[in-house]
Design a protein around this ligand. Sequence first.
Ligand code: MEV
Length: 443
Amino acid sequence: MTTSRIPGFYNLTLEERRARLAEAGKLDPDSLLPYAKGGLTPEAADHMIENVIGLHALPLGIGLNFIVNGRDVLVPMAIEEPSVVAGASFMAKLARAGGGFHATTSEPHMIGQIQVIGIPNINEARLKIYEHKDELLCEADSIDPVLNKFGGGARDLEVRMIESSPIGPFLVVHLIYDVRDAMGANAVNTACEKLAPQIEAITGGHVHLRILSNRADRRLARARCIIPLPELEMRRGGSSGTGKESESSTETHPYTGESVRDGILAAWAFAAADPYRAATHNKGIMNGVDAVVIATGNDWRAIEAGAHAYAAKDGRYTSLSTWGKDADGNLVGTLEMPMAVGIVGGATRVHPAAQTSVKLMGVKSAGELAEIIVSVGLAQNLAALRALATEGIQRGHMSLHARQVAIAAGATGDLIEKVAVQMVVEKVVRIDRAEEILKGMTN
Ligand code: MEV
């Protein structure tokens, strides 16, 4: 069985980490080689977008300690920001003590929109579309036999009246499409285009836009976790919950489990009530979500668009997550958001590292992937709130950030760590200081 607990992973070399990962994930070590090589060749990239001149790489780290629906999962995360992978891993460890993450998804239903303008009688046209619903669904269903074979296809059709707009009233037909394990944009767009002539004939109007909606609120992923109160105590201190120091420092801190929990609840209340804070709070969630979405070759712009549209679904932008306590006083977190990810088609199939990531997580369906992603989002949110509610975010960030500053100042090899440590000790993490320290060390 896979284990996502790999103590000391941080201290290994890159090669040793890949070997331990293969062992923990019960994979052939060679199957992880796409990670070592960056995944994509320029030749393959040339087939993906236009005017290709090369590649743009991101670090790929592993989120550890995750249990999702009772299963240990090793989570690939592609991200440039320090502390995110460490933060998620540490919070997954706290959640592990409460049974890990429990996640579900709705059916993989996407929405396609067909805008109909210039209709002679809009009320009549709306009802006429409903009269032809069965034949329209049948037509939409026929566009992808492979999707049909796996149980996908057209599910429903709804007609919305936009009563007032800069061009006056018009109709919008919503085509609800079950896309199974695909992200679904291609199937839905094709189906919408296919229906256009019939809808024009039925309504006497003109079909204008035919395109998927990224407000994927029929394709939701939900996760919850319980953090037992003792896990919240910052008994060994020095911990923002975001870095390796969280497991190794011996400093003591006055944070009891109750005070950390209540601090997290007050931090969440801020995001729940204030859109300015909610934007940053949700950005923290997306740090985790996007990292896995990118690692699996999925469309993170679609996920971002869906998340923020969903956060404003009740007319006011708010937190995507909730935090509270159970009858025993343990911290309870939930997250629900649209999750239009696929494991077939698109970059997920073309990009060797994305394929490796899907294999590493052992996911067999897009729903399973969505359940992991939303769990990582919740863990990441907790990491940020816990840090913000206690010592602030900078402490955990600093040691990792200091290494980036040291590299920017020209440090290489062992000098990166030495310059970074010196800056952290001095509590001055700046490029000019890094350059001075480096000069002193190299002279
Ligand atoms: C930084 O990338 C993310 C945070 O700002 C999230 C938050 O404030 O909740 C730390």
